[in-house]
Each structure stands twice: as C-alpha cells, then as structure tokens.
Design a protein around this ligand. Structure first.
Ligand code: GLN
Length: 491
C-alpha cells in the first residue's frame, strides 16, 4: 500500500490502466498516509471521505468496463478551502464562513471530477487567502513538512503541504499575489499561476477579482501540466475567463529551451533577497544557459512599486468583495444584537480575523471619496505602467526569471508582529499578478538549513506553455525535485 504514495499522475495511470491496482486502493493508501502525518502537519480543514469513495468507485467501474481512462483517473487531489464543493463546508479558514456549505460546485472542481480525480479534502489557508504563512488561518497554522518548526508559506499553505508530504498527488491553490508560488517554493514543489482568465474563477470565493487565479501544484512538471489542461478553458459562468482553445500542455514539455531568450530581472535579484536564494537562482539561470537558452539581465524599474500598488488594489477589491459577509446572507451571525446595524457590526467584528479587518479598512479608505484619486486611481495608473514594462521586456525576451521569494521558509511567529515584513514575502510574485501573466515556482536548490528554494519563471500573456516547457527542461536537467520532504521519504 505504502508504495502507492509519492507516485506521479502517469505512474498511477499505468498501474490503474494495467489493473495492477484499483482506484480504491490508491485512495486507501493515501488515507492511511494522511492518518499518520496529518495530525502533525494540519494541512486539511476537512477530509471529503464520502465523496472520495464515490469518485474512486466510479473510476474502478470505468476500469472494469474497459473504458478509456480520463487524464486524472484515480489521482488524489487536495483543493484549497476557498473552492466550492457542494456537500462540504467552504470556510476560507474564516470563522465567518465556518458553517457555510455552498450549494454549487466550482467549475474547476467539476472539470477535475469529469477528469476522474479523487478529492481527498479541503486545505487550510490564510483567512480569505490573505497572508503568506497560513498563520492568518482562523483555525490553525499548517506546518512545513521539511521542518515542522517552519511555516509552509501561504496562503495556499495547506495545498503545498498536502503535495509535498504525499497526502495528495496534486492540489489546487489560488494566487492573488503569490499564494500558489510562494508556498510551492517553501515546500519544494512546483506551483503555477496561469495567465489571468485562463482558468475559471466560478466557485472560487473572491478576494481581489482582478488578480485572483486558480492554479495547480504538483511534485513534477508533468503533473502540473496535465492538471492545468484539465482546469483551463472558457466558462460562461466567469465573464473574465478567456474564450480560447486550451493546449495539451503536456505535449509542450519537449525538454527543449534552445534559443529561448531569458531575462533575469535585476530589481528582483539583488537587495532584499537572501544570499543563499540569490546563489541558487544565479546557478539556475546559468544552467538554463547551458541548456541552450540565451540569458541576460533585464531591468524592470516599475516593479519597485508593485507591493504598494498591490496593497491598494487588492485591499480595495477585498473591501468590496467582503462586504457580503454581513451575518445575513452567509455564515456567522451575532445573535444578541438589538438592531440590524449592531448585528452587522458584531457579526463582522467577531467573524473576521485581524488581518482581514486591516485589509477591509485599508481598502475602504483607498476607495473613499476624497482619497480615491490619490490612492486607488493612482495605483491603477502605476499598475498599467508595470504591465507596459513587462510588455516591453517580452518584446526582447521569451521568459523572465527571478527568485520566487526572498527567503526560504521562516519560523512561526517570525513575521506576525510586522505586517510589512510578511507582505515582503511576495515582493517577487506580486508584479506577475498585477500584469496578469503566467508564473511558476519550481525547486532550484536548498538553503543552509536544508529548506527548499524556488525559482520563478514568468511568461508573457498566454505564454503558459513556454513557462511549463522551460520549467520542465530545468527539472529534467536537475535533481532538486527528486529530493522529498522527510515526511514523504519516510512513507
Ligand atoms: N500574500 C499575499 C497577500 O497576503 C498574496 C495572497 C494571495 O495570493 N492570495 O495578499
């Protein structure tokens, strides 16, 4: 049983297709592993056992009937707990949604289900995806499987841990400013934010709608590529989803980066980044050069303003999106209030955590009359400049690279007292969301303490395939992705 944990999508497919194992056995092996490591890691808000059993039975029936297996048949997947699956809570790790059970299914969940995936559970996150460590979860922090004294990153920390520890093969996260890539980097797995609009956001609880994007995490690039093909594509239920054909991303994994022009972003490979991170990223860039890519420095001065711009736009959008949690329509309601206004106030006061309140206040301020032009409008203008700067860079380069995060995973509590320190975790990922571009984090080294380091590859709009291709070529030429977290290698 144990040997079924830690496998890739294609490995499982071969075993299932050859009738060497059943989907039920694959699921049981993962359940057993979850039982042994989850008490310490705390990656899940809930396990979706009944659903998983039904999904596995369906896949076994396909196998028995000799049907062609869909691309994710029998593959255990974890979903971030801000993605709606009916029959189970969708909490966003917030007290205000603790009892919320969505009546509808997210489009990504529907597509995964059709592709034969087995949903093992809903993963922990920073409340409403606001944070970089899962310490803002209203329920519990999740621990990093490489060293349980460290945070796993965030906000999709639970999803990254599920994959890195082997509790699932793949996972979905959401990324508004780095929430897939940064935890992927901290947990030594691959995590991709697709081009904005590539994947439907229907059924994803909104944080900042012009930035949010769902994407896959996996232990190898092939798993990420297969999952991305499954979840991508137009959806009439999300007006921002792009109406364009979806490539079979896995076919793009040719291993070839010959002639690719790669720019190393100078603003994100200097000051503010830890030396060990820079060293690994420089070696990685050199390696890409040895594989045949042309590697040069490129300057993107406007990215310096990205963090400030993000914390105006993301908070402004969040303040609007989170206005719906008023104790009437959703979740938690304060019961003793004497009038409506006090009920609103008490429900929100008790239901939201500190960081969420901070963001609602910041965003409301940025949008208020008298300050709107100075803050929100100005931020939108600078966002445009950042986007244009990327466009100019992509006239000269096919891909850009930099570290995913300035540091490796940090200790619990190290940044909770200083929001700005926490925000700086995403200094290299946020510009990518502001410009709507595809970006991936892949393992590219280990720090002195043995913790994983992530390389970020960024592509032009709809350049998802070339991002995957270069990441895969690097993966194939290196050994970093083969090193497993102690929790998984002991399985
Ligand atoms: N850490 C960033 C924030 O706190 C990004 C979060 C995300 O991508 N959801 O907003």
């Amino acid at each position: 049983m144990k040997e079924l944990v830690g496998k890739s999508v294609q490995e499982l497919r071969a075993l299932l297709g050859g009738k060497a194992v059943s989907a039920r056995e694959v699921l049981a092996a993962h359940r057993q592993h979850i039982d042994s490591v989850e008490p310490e890691l705390q990656a899940f808000n809930c396990l979706t056992e009944d659903l998983a059993a039904r999904q596995a039975a369906r896949v076994d029936k396909l196998i028995a009937d000799g049907e062609v297996l869909p691309p994710l048949a029998g593959v255990p997947i974890a979903l971030k707990d801000n993605i709606c699956v009916p029959g189970y809570p969708t909490t966003c790790s917030s007290r205000i949604l603790e009892s919320y059970r969505p009546p509808y299914q997210a489009t990504v969940a529907e597509r995964l289900q059709e592709a034969g995936a087995i949903f093992v559970g809903k993963t922990n996150l920073d409340e409403f995806a606001m944070g970089s460590s899962t310490e803002n979860s209203g329920f519990k922090p999740t621990r990093n499987p490489w060293n349980t004294a460290m945070v796993p990153g965030g906000s999709s920390g639970g999803s990254a841990v599920a994959v890195a520890s082997g509790m699932s093969v793949i996972a979905l996260g959401s990324d508004t400013g780095g929430s897939i890539r940064q935890p992927a980097s901290f947990c030594g797995v691959a995590g991709m934010k697709p081009t904005y609009g590539r994947v439907s956001r229907f059924g994803l609880v909104a944080f900042a709608s012009s930035l949010d994007q769902i994407g896959p995490l996996g232990r190898c690039l092939e798993d990420v590529a297969i999952t991305l093909s499954v979840i991508s594509g137009h959806d009439g239920k999300d007006s921002t989803s792009l109406s364009l054909p979806v490539p079979e991303y896995v076919k793009e994994l040719t291993g070839d980066v010959e002639g690719l022009r790669i720019g190393v972003i100078s603003e994100l490979t200097g000051q503010g980044m830890d030396a060990e991170v820079l060293e690994s990223v420089e070696l990685a860039a050199r390696q890409l050069g040895q594989l045949g890519a042309g590697v040069e420095e490129v300057s993107l001065p406007a990215t310096r303003h990205a963090l400030a711009v993000y914390y105006l736009i993301a908070t402004a959008e969040a303040s609007a999106n989170l206005a719906r949690y008023d104790g009437v329509k959703y979740g938690y309601r304060h019961r003793q209030a004497e009038d409506l206004l006090s009920m609103y106030r008490a429900s929100r006061q008790e239901g939201f955590g500190v960081e969420v309140k901070r963001r609602i206040m910041l965003g409301t301020y940025a949008l208020s009359s008298g300050y709107y032009d100075a803050y929100y409008k100005k931020a939108q203008q600078v966002r445009r400049l950042i986007k244009e700067e990327f466009d100019r860079a992509f006239a000269r380069f096919d891909l850009l690279v930099c570290p995913t995060s300035p540091t490796v995973a940090f200790e619990f509590g190290a940044r909770t007292g200083d929001p700005l320190q926490m925000y700086l975790s995403d200094i290299a990922t946020i510009p990518v969301n502001l410009a709507g571009l595809p970006g991936i984090s892949i393992p590219c080294g280990f720090g002195k303490s043995g913790l994983p380091i992530g390389l970020q590859l960024i592509g032009p709009t709809l350049g998802d395939a070339q991002v995957l291709r270069a990441a895969h070529a690097f993966e194939q030429a290196t050994e970093f992705h083969k090193k497993r977290s102690p929790v998984l290698s002991a399985a």
